[in-house]
Design a binder for this molecule. Structure first.
Ligand code: SF4
Length: 491
């Protein structure tokens, strides 16, 4: 039997060489008003692949029919041929990058979903997770619904199909009121493209413009940049926008809630060249490094990132301390799917396929290593050992997020809580387990300062930070976790 050592989902597999990171589940993209909508959507999805590479799908509308192409694997491998794009004519399109957590793998679970409903064609794609999916799915099955996939997104699609509301926006809003959780949605009917963000605004969604009456929706601004679209604004929490021939129409069909954007988007998920809620991600990450240096200084000779995600924070840490910034670790960007018979010897070499020590930088040096997070701790341990094997005399780990003590239920792939190193161990224990000379995490208030707040408002936190604090802003019905009430929940 041959085992695949490299899968796209390290937490849903026995992957020994998984990168031990949290993973964003999905990216969404939509275009209205341009005849090359399919090609633009493929480009947009290409720039959102850090949010998911397991599969991608595009559905277009040419005014008469919907056309679709979905495939497992990377966008560049599946939307690179003129034949594929020519089979996707239309002036409007929606697209989706998938990273599976909710639902199994396979092409049936690739979004967008599309069908002819009572009111015409309808397509839908979603970034996030519904936290009452199990209950809603059972209710729908009891009502006679037949599901084609195991995706929670299909629940929303079925609710739209069953809605008796008069208009499509009303049907979509009615369906969304029945699901709980995090969702940034793009959808399309015969005449319109829709974008919706859940009332807490957990996941991002932005609006851009290509030309007169030509609009774009995307998970992040980096997907606007690739097609030279102008950034207009973030879609607001609880907002629904409709893009059509008469422009952009906005409404707020949901009860207002206190905003809880995912703070981990700033730490790790989003691309550093994106702008989230007016904040440049790259600058926020450098600020995190500066705060970390102020909170947890240590005598050393150089600062090195764990590439690539630790780079901006390490730059900030080095700038704050005046220590040299060096690449003590070189990342191999060409690790892909590889089939190797796993022996213990090969398994132990695994981490070097992705990272290798840069001996010239670290030999005989006291090294501060900056990483974005510690999840299970397996990679941290191997990287510290790699530094020591390369001759580093001391290795001090500095982490650009607070300890990850809780799982995410809002669209991020996390191991079960008891597999999170920080859930079971205190910082001193973690330091000993990974073999570092010291270990420090940024404080939760330091993280809030880095994103421009004075501190965390403990009554009404400005962000979702549940994976660090355990305070879930939205109840997780399927797991029995209740939301922590906040003081300014508006009616
Ligand atoms: Fe983001 Fe963590 Fe909240 Fe999930 S639990 S939405 S990863 S801050």
């Amino acid at each position: 039997m041959t085992n695949n050592l490299f899968t796209t989902n390290p937490f849903n597999s026995d992957d020994e060489f998984g990168d031990d990171k949290l993973h964003e589940e999905c990216g969404v993209f939509a275009v209205f008003g341009r005849n090359e909508a399919a090609a633009l959507t493929a480009l947009g999805l290409h720039s959102l692949q850090h949010r998911g590479t397991e599969g991608a799908g595009v559905i277009t509308n040419d005014g008469l029919n919907f056309h679709q192409h979905k495939a497992m694997g990377k966008v560049g491998d599946n939307f690179n041929s003129p034949d594929v794009i020519e089979k996707l004519p239309g002036y409007a399109a929606i697209g989706h990058n998938r990273y599976s957590t909710a639902g199994k793998k396979g092409v049936l679970n690739i979004q967008p979903f599309c069908a002819e409903l009572s009111f015409g064609n309808f397509a839908l794609a979603h970034n996030g997770n519904f936290t009452n999916a199990k209950k809603m799915r059972q209710e729908l099955v009891n009502r006679g619904c037949i599901f084609q996939s195991t995706m929670d997104t299909e629940i929303l699609f079925q609710l739209v199909a069953q809605s008796r509301a008069a208009t499509v926006p009303e049907k979509l809003a009615e369906a969304l009121k029945q699901v709980e959780g995090a969702s940034s949605i793009v959808a399309m009917d015969d005449k319109n493209v829709y974008g919706v963000r859940d009332p807490y605004g957990v996941r991002p969604l932005v609006l851009g413009k290509l030309g007169e009456s030509e609009y774009v929706l995307a998970s992040e601004t980096c997907a606007l940049d690739i097609i030279s679209a102008e950034f207009i604004r973030d879609i607001e929490p609880g907002e629904m926008v409709i893009l059509n021939e008469t422009g952009v129409h906005s409404s707020y069909p949901f009860p207002k809630q206190s905003q809880r954007f995912c703070i981990f988007e700033h730490v790790y998920f989003a691309r550093p060249d994106s702008v989230l809620d007016g904040r440049h991600v790259y600058e926020v990450r450098k600020s995190i490094g500066r705060e970390l240096a102020k909170e947890s200084p240590v005598e050393a000779d150089l600062v090195s990132p764990v590439p690539d995600s630790g780079v901006p924070a390490a730059i900030g840490y080095a700038a704050q301390t005046g220590l040299p910034f060096e690449f003590g670790i070189i990342r191999n960007h060409y690790v892909g799917r590889t089939f190797i018979e796993p022996t213990d010897h090969i398994r132990n070499l695994g981490v070097k396929l992705k990272h290798n020590a840069n001996t010239a930088s670290v030999k005989g040096k006291r090294v501060i290593l900056v990483d974005d997070s510690i999840v299970r701790g397996t990679t941290s341990k191997k990287i510290v050992q790699m530094m020591k094997d390369a001759g580093a005399t001391e290795v001090h780990m500095r982490i650009a997020s607070p300890p990850t003590t809780n799982s995410c239920f809002y669209g991020v792939d996390t191991p079960e809580q008891d597999k999170l190193m920080a859930h079971k161990h205190n910082i001193q224990e973690m330091c000993e387990m990974i073999g570092a000379d010291s270990l420090a995490f940024i404080s939760i208030d330091g993280l809030y300062r880095s994103v421009g707040e004075q501190a965390r408002n403990n009554n009404t936190p400005q962000f979702c930070d549940a994976c660090f604090t355990g305070e879930y802003p939205i109840r997780i019905q399927d797991s029995g976790i209740e939301a922590k009430a906040t003081t300014d929940k508006a009616a």
